[in-house]
Write a protein that binds this ligand. Structure first.
Ligand code: SF4
Length: 552
């Protein structure tokens, strides 16, 4: 069951970078436990063991390395044992934090769903996941309370409608972000759908790319709204118009958040849609071959890009992987709108409409997803999208059906004209299910939205509030106007309670940058609504003509 590395460019002197564990310089000896288990057996192979052994013999039969390692290649993480407080997260051993239930992520590249697929997701949620279903900021749907015994039936149901959980987690090419309005938006620069499909065909589930140094995140969008957070993906293709060659994509590499955040850099190259997959394969191959494998916290592509710089990265891509020069190209333009989520009613280029709507912090449930599918079908649509902001969209609605669809969504508490607080607040999984979490996030986010709507009905401009349950960055705290990093803090009585370190002034877009950590500014979870209200009231009182919140 060995999975031997087979780098594309092995003939290199095995000297200078040997210490980083790069395959391309001849270093194939695993330097940590993760590299060892990946070498011992490809993560994709665990599926057979789940279906033939673990699903029949139960949780206790699972090999520990499969349990906390290879299961991820099929979208499965053990979830946090209920009732363990955040103070114990860093103290307990992994097996003490594990529950016998799993989180399961469904891969939805580009957020593209049919009515039948959404119905199937709703059914899985209700039959196997105690009704749970969260929309993530990578356009996935995430279930909780999954039993290993149910996985064969879950895969059967999902795969019967063309969905999968393949490489939804793990050191793999994860779910690819795509513009949720690709192919339909009236203002689209270029449709990235053919590229997304071709990359999926060539890369996903392919054992040439299933042992990467760490996770690898891809984003493709031809929308002028820059709607896939391209700055914080390992590789991103962003729609631009070349003055001679026309519409195509500007290539970015090396973005990523977490504890060492870096924004992606442009390679200065323009790529037509039919060549995007070639370039993607070249970049994911560079990551596989040259990526650092010694330390997990230095293994993302961003560290290689930081060391090489964009110029060398492009040179290696062209010389060793593409064997041709790329065309120089322009940078994307600044979007005219701040909101990137496509919420609201918008006309498509074919004259129909798409309708974007907002649950609170991505939290829905299986029954609601089934109702959304029924609503879409009843209004003549067979296509839906998830967005990179934990929202959803119904596509292809004729003008005479829009009003009725909007009323149906609003009746489910899915707002088509949400407050800025509902629209702009995201939250990660948090302590409810995440083993790394220190604080609760989803319920806190929900109550924060309700509180701010009640206290500040006059606030009417774009604003992002991102809530994380720990120092990782699953909800992108560093690029939010108000970023909240979960940690234990002291309350006014000196007691340790759940709270947040505050970051202010982060942004995506052409003025992208990380929020400032406000020194010493920590708020308790219970005091969060008071704090945000104070910040926003002060902004409203002091703002100048043309100023927006992020510049405050
Ligand atoms: Fe878990 Fe931390 Fe990620 Fe939130 S940010 S989902 S708590 S790892």
């Amino acid at each position: 069951m060995a999975a031997s590395p087979t780098p594309a460019s092995p003939k290199r002197k095995a000297t200078r970078h040997r210490g980083e564990g790069q395959w391309a310089v001849g270093h194939f000896t695993p330097l940590n436990a993760n590299e060892q288990f990946k070498k011992d057996d490809d993560g994709l192979n665990v599926r057979t063991r789940i279906e033939t052994i673990y699903a029949h013999r139960g949780f206790d039969s699972i090999d520990p390395t499969d349990l906390r390692g290879r299961m991820r290649w099929w979208g499965l993480y053990t979830q946090r044992r209920q009732g363990i407080d955040g103070g114990k997260t860093a103290i307990l051993e992994p097996h003490e934090l594990d529950d016998e239930f799993f989180m399961l992520r469904v891969r939805i590249d580009g957020g593209r769903l049919t009515v039948a697929q959404l119905k199937a997701i709703g059914e899985v949620s209700q039959e196997y996941a105690r009704g749970t279903a969260d929309l993530t900021d990578r356009q996935n749907v995430q279930f909780h309370w999954i039993r290993i015994e149910d996985m064969p039936a879950i895969w059967q149901k999902l795969e019967s409608v063309g969905l999968s959980t393949t490489e939804a987690c793990g050191d793999t090419p994860r779910t690819m972000l795509g513009s949720p309005v690709a192919g339909i938006a009236a203002d689209e620069i270029v449709d990235g759908t053919p590229a997304l499909e071709e990359i999926h065909r060539r890369v996903i589930g392919n054992k040439e790319f299933s042992n990467l140094p760490r996770k690898f995140k891809t984003a493709i969008s031809g929308s002028p709204l820059l709607d896939v957070a391209h700055e914080i993906n390992d590789v991103a293709f962003v729609g631009v118009v070349h003055p001679e060659h026309g519409p195509g994509f500007d290539v970015w590499v090396g973005g990523g958040l977490s504890t060492n955040p870096r924004l992606g850099v442009r390679l200065g190259a323009w790529v037509p849609v039919e060549e995007v997959a070639d370039v993607h394969v070249g970049i994911v191959s560079i990551f596989r071959d040259y990526g650092y494998r010694r330390l997990r916290n230095r293994a993302r592509l961003k560290f290689l890009v930081a060391d090489w710089g964009a110029e060398k990265f492009r040179q290696v891509l062209e010389d060793e992987y593409l064997h041709r020069r790329l065309i120089d190209g322009p940078a994307p333009a600044e979007p005219v709108e701040r909101w990137r989520d496509h919420v609201g009613v918008h006309r498509q280029k074919d004259g129909n409409f798409y309708v974007g709507f907002a649950p609170r912090v991505g939290r829905v449930d299986g029954a609601t997803l089934a109702k959304i599918a029924d609503l879409a079908a009843a209004h003549g649509s067979d296509r839906l999208r998830t967005t990179a902001e934990q929202k959803m969209i119904v596509l292809d609605v004729t003008e005479d059906q829009v009003e009725s669809l909007v009323a149906g969504l609003e009746a489910l508490d899915l707002r088509v004209t949400p407050s800025p607080f509902r629209r702009g607040t995201m939250a990660c999984t948090g302590i409810e299910f995440c083993k790394l979490a220190i604080v609760e996030t989803k319920e806190r986010g929900r109550t924060l939205i309700d509180e701010l709507e009640a206290r500040l009905p006059e606030f009417d401009e774009p604003l992002t509030i991102n809530i994380n349950g720990c120092p990782n960055a699953c909800a992108r705290i560093q690029v939010a106007d108000i970023g909240l990093k979960g940690q234990l803090v002291l309350d006014e009585n000196g007691e340790q309670v759940e709270g947040f370190q505050v970051h202010l002034g982060g942004a995506l877009g052409l003025e992208a940058g990380f929020g400032r950590k406000v020194r010493g500014l920590k708020v308790t979870s219970d005091g969060l609504a008071d704090y945000v209200e104070r910040v926003l009231r002060r902004y409203l009182a002091e703002r100048e003509e043309g100023e927006r919140f992020a510049q405050w």
